[in-house]
Design a protein around this ligand. Structure first.
Ligand code: ADP
Ligand code: MG
Length: 503
């Protein structure tokens, strides 16, 4: 198997007035399943459609309508579970979570409380090369999303848009293993990356397709270790839950604010009240939304309209056989087989499209050289121009062609950058361009020697200085390269200059 040895990062410590405090964080991430149809209806999930245009009768809870499970959504939850190395439950069941919301016409949300489809798994959250946190996943369950209430369109009225009502969500619940704001953001980022590799969630946080409820508590140093030894939550502090965060930056800011708020209360001799809070990005603070509700408040019961969900191991095996290589594996392979640094491998595997592009460039070529060209030249240029790998004007085949010409000794690294520029602005075939524009490196020793002789003859004073101080030979090399338009093979020039000056 993979070698995933790493050192866990230090937990974040906040210095209070009387003591040091550590953070304990657990996340409930809601990931919208990348499905064209909803979890229990055939209505479209298209984003940005005309309000209330993607609503089936069952989504609007018309009398007599019955939910029908969408097999594709179930498969995506299984696929996600396998991607998180989690146990897949062949038996799971849907429950009604009863509550009133104007944008939830049924009066209940169909979810999976008692028997989730996915059990325990894990995510490795990279913090720096060689430093990573193992975050345990408690469960993933399938549930319906609610619609949208709109309060800011009219001074007197509120509106309801049911397009999102009934869309499939995977709720991914972590153990409270996250120990700081940066880790929490990196954890959500890693989940997003894995699901994008799997194709099970598009990870678009701006559209609300990936959002997190963030549970935060604080404790004195040593308490978390006691919780880990015993499994007893009593060692941890009381938590507050910050609802519905859809920005990695705000997640970090909210955790930091919330931890400091709790520390101030505790140091003042107060107690933390378990509650649900909202983050206000304008003010940079969290505020109370409602006191914490318990599962029994929702009067959960098995949904009588839906049979338990029983899936077969053979079906799970089929999904498992069709899994793509995931980021951790890909990164480990780039390090091991291609000799890349962990950092470079991390950059190249951040998005699956970049990894595929890199592999096409590196195929049959030197991996390190390919990584260098993709990261430093191509990514650098794409970033500068606000482009992505999908909109790159240079293809993997073209960049591979540049590398081949360098490897063959046809062009120097310097000329290769000029060639890159031509490909970027004009396109074309690298080898043909080099041929047609006379960019080939001169390895004809006779021609180089003539150029060296000419420069030496023209600069007798410099020759005397260079004889006394061999470091000055570099000046001649530079002159020869300039005289030959950068096309002379630098190694050959170096050698000839040294020979002529000393001889
Ligand atoms: P509930 O159903 O009441 O929300 P859960 O057991 O589902 O409770 O926990 C919700 C989330 O809170 C999980 O991600 C869990 O890891 C996290 N959590 C539990 N206890 C703590 C704690 N003391 N500090 C921080 N997070 C916690
Ligand atoms: Mg919960």
């Amino acid at each position: 198997m993979l070698d995933l040895t790493f050192t866990p990062p230090e937990p974040k410590v906040i210095q209070g007035a009387t003591s040091d405090w550590e953070l304990v964080i657990g996340l409930e991430v809601h990931a919208q399943v990348a499905s064209k149809a909803k979890l229990f209806s055939g209505a479209s999930t298209e984003f940005g459609a005309e309000p209330n245009s993607n609503v089936a009768f069952v989504d609007s809870a018309m009398p007599g309508m019955l939910p029908v499970i969408n097999e594709f959504c179930v498969a995506q939850a299984v696929r996600t579970g396998l991607g998180l190395k989690a146990a897949i439950n062949l038996f799971s069941a849907f429950d009604r979570k009863n509550y009133f919301y104007p944008d939830l016409p049924q009066g209940y949300q169909i979810s999976q409380l008692y028997h989730p489809i996915v059990g325990e798994g894990e995510v490795i959250v990279d913090m720096a090369p060689g430093i990573a946190r193992r975050v345990r996943i408690e469960r993933i369950h399938l549930e319906q999303d609610a619609g949208k209430s709109i309060h800011d369109m009219d001074p007197n009225m509120s509106f309801v848009d049911l397009n999102r009502t009934g869309v499939a969500l995977m709720e991914i619940v972590s153990r409270p293993d996250i120990r700081g704001p940066e880790e929490a953001a990196a954890y959500v980022g890693k989940l997003r990356q894995i699901m994008r590799y799997l194709g099970t969630c598009d990870g678009n946080m701006q559209n609300g397709n990936l959002r997190a409820d963030v549970n935060v508590s604080v404790c004195k140093p040593g308490a978390y270790e006691k919780y880990q030894e015993t499994g007893d939550f009593g060692h941890l502090g009381t938590r507050c839950e910050i609802k519905n965060m859809n920005s990695l930056r705000f997640i970090q800011a909210a955790i930091d604010y919330e931890a400091r708020r709790q520390i101030a209360i505790l140091e003042d001799g107060g107690k933390i009240v378990q509650e649900t809070r909202l983050y206000d990005p304008d003010k940079g603070e969290t505020r109370s939304m409602r006191s914490k509700e318990e599962a029994h408040d929702y009067r959960y019961f098995p949904d009588p309209d839906l049979l338990p969900l029983e899936i077969e191991q053979a079906w799970v095996d089929d999904i498992a056989a069709d899994m793509p290589e995931l980021p951790d594996e890909k990164k480990a392979r780039f390090v091991k087989d291609m000799g890349l640094s962990e950092y470079d491998a991390g950059v190249l595997t951040a998005e699956v499209e970049s990894a595929n592009f890199f592999e096409a460039v590196a195929s049959g070529r030197d991996g390190k050289m390919a990584a260098n060209w993709v990261i430093n030249e191509l990514f650098g240029r794409l970033n500068k121009e606000g482009l992505t790998i999908q909109t790159s004007p240079i293809s993997a085949a073209q960049l591979g062609g540049v590398i081949d010409l360098i490897a063959k000794g046809d062009i120097s690294g310097k000329i290769a950058k000029d060639l890159f520029e031509i490909l970027w602005t004009e396109g074309g075939d690298p080898a043909e361009i080099v041929e047609a524009r006379g960019m080939k490196q001169v390895t004809d020793l006779g021609a180089i020697e003539a150029a060296v002789d000419e420069i030496i003859a023209a600069n007798p004073a410099q020759v005397e200085k260079a004889k006394a101080n061999p470091k000055l030979a570099g000046w001649f090399v530079g002159q020869v390269l300039k005289a030959t338009g950068g096309k002379a093979n630098p190694a050959a020039v170096n050698e000839l200059v040294a020979k002529k000056l000393n001889g």
